[in-house]
Design a protein around this ligand. Structure first.
Ligand SMILES: Cc1ncc(COP(=O)(O)O)c(C=O)c1O
Length: 400
């Protein structure tokens, strides 16, 4: 992986300051450009929401705001408060995710958020009671767990038994009940197939399926219109650097063709993007504190592990890695180093699960060098086991 010059300069300057280096470095300019590009190329009616779960750091929220994202996809009250703190209005928030608490639903209705995405019948009834109590109504989307799964994706959100949404085959029973709830305004569907999808055709196939489902529902229930269709997130990132980047232009063209085919030009389409917008805006940089040989393989121990960057272990993948050489003096003769070999990178935690990378080929690494993991802007610190072993929280450094 090539590290941009200004990122390397920042790492070198921080590593030269005497302390142990362990931080995230962010440059959010790529995120800004991506939102601008998506707003330019997407068909009319498409609205871009930032799925802030990917990175809730204020700089990412500020970028979404400055680049005029239509709003924020939230999954908790904490996220709502952060989004509002960044300047978004409550009416720009859309709320997804299973297990919304009564307090969270009440806050959402009181503050007038744009849509609540219903994940179960229980949630629909809970929201109905809260709206009745507050003498208010709420726009909702219904999240459906379709029978369609994108198997090449990093994580799937529909297909099979899932905690997300209502199973497609249960719609006939569930939808009439939901439509009868007087305080809920049914506005449309939410179908999020998968995360980390690189193949545009797979996502377009999901859009087509959802369009078909919307048509079917409208034919079955003449008073119902699916004005809003939410495709969730899912635009992938080429973590393995194979050259097969997600092609947003092909996606925009595919979606436009579908919209025309289905005569859906008057509808609104939500995209809730996290990873695609943020992954290449962040680098996790951690100092190599020890290297030892253990039964035929080098173990490289870094200052931060899954407490600060859990994603590689959680998803059993390697992120692209570069080593910044610091030429530190050796502590003793015979000190181990890495030369042209495949090694294990881990952190300082007392668990074998503390993996940053495994079987990763490294030309050269020495104690005191800095391991830099790329595409760490999405699902980095916020997805990590930050409290485990109470290590100092890594700095989050913003550069431009
Ligand atoms: C409901 C919902 N929307 C959007 C996203 C963002 O997905 P991605 O980062 O793949 O764009 C997620 C991720 O888990 C999600 O659960």
């Amino acid at each position: 992986m090539d590290i941009p010059q200004h990122i390397e300069a920042e790492i070198r300057s921080r590593a030269g300051n005497g302390g142990t280096l362990n931080c995230y470095i962010y440059d959010v300019s790529a995120m800004h450009k991506k939102i601008e590009q998506l707003k330019r190329i997407m068909p009319q009616g498409v609205e871009i929401f930032y799925a802030m779960k990917a990175n809730p750091h204020p700089a990412f929220l500020a970028t979404a705001y400055e680049a005029s994202a239509e709003g924020i996809e939230i999954a908790s009250l904490g996220e709502a408060e952060r989004a509002i703190g960044a300047g978004f209005a409550a009416s720009q928030l859309i709320y997804t995710g299973p297990g919304k608490s009564p307090e969270e639903l009440r806050w959402s209705v009181k503050h007038g958020i744009r849509t609540i995405h219903i994940e179960s019948l229980t949630e629909a009834y809970r929201l109905e009671h809260i709206c009745a109590e507050l003498d208010n109504t709420q726009d909702i989307l219904l999240r459906i767990n379709t029978n369609f799964a994108i198997h090449e994706a990093q994580t799937t959100f529909s297909g099979g038994s899932k905690k997300f949404g209502i199973d497609e085959e249960k719609l006939d029973a569930a939808l009439p009940q939901m439509l009868a709830l007087p305080h809920l305004n049914f506005r449309g569907l939410h179908v999020y197939a998968a995360s980390g999808v690189l193949n545009v055709d797979d996502l377009i196939k999901n859009c087509e399926l959802v369009f078909g489902m919307a048509q079917k529902i409208e034919a079955q229930y003449p008073d119902v219109a699916c004005d809003i269709i939410d495709f969730g997130g899912g635009f992938g990132v080429d973590y393995l650097e194979t050259g097969s980047d997600f092609d947003p232009v092909a996606y925009a063209e595919g979606l436009e063709a579908l919209i025309n085919n289905y005569g859906f030009a008057d509808r609104t389409f939500f995209l809730e993007l996290g990873r695609y917008l943020t992954a290449d805006s962040g680098w996790f940089c951690t100092e190599i504190l020890d290297i030892k040989e253990s039964r035929g393989k080098k173990q490289v121990i870094c200052a931060g592990g899954i407490n600060h960057f859990r994603r590689p272990a959680a998803l059993a993948i390697n992120h692209p890695l570069s080593i910044i050489h610091m030429d530190r003096p050796k502590l003793f003769d015979g000190q181990e180093s890495v030369r042209d070999e495949s090694v294990y990178f881990g952190g300082p935690l007392c668990t074998g699960a503390d993996k940053l990378a495994n079987d990763v080929y490294v030309e050269q690494a020495d104690i005191g060098d800095i391991a830099v993991f790329g595409y760490a802007g999405a699902y980095g610190l916020s997805m990590s086991n930050i409290e485990f072993l109470s290590h100092t929280r890594p700095d989050e450094v913003l550069v431009d």
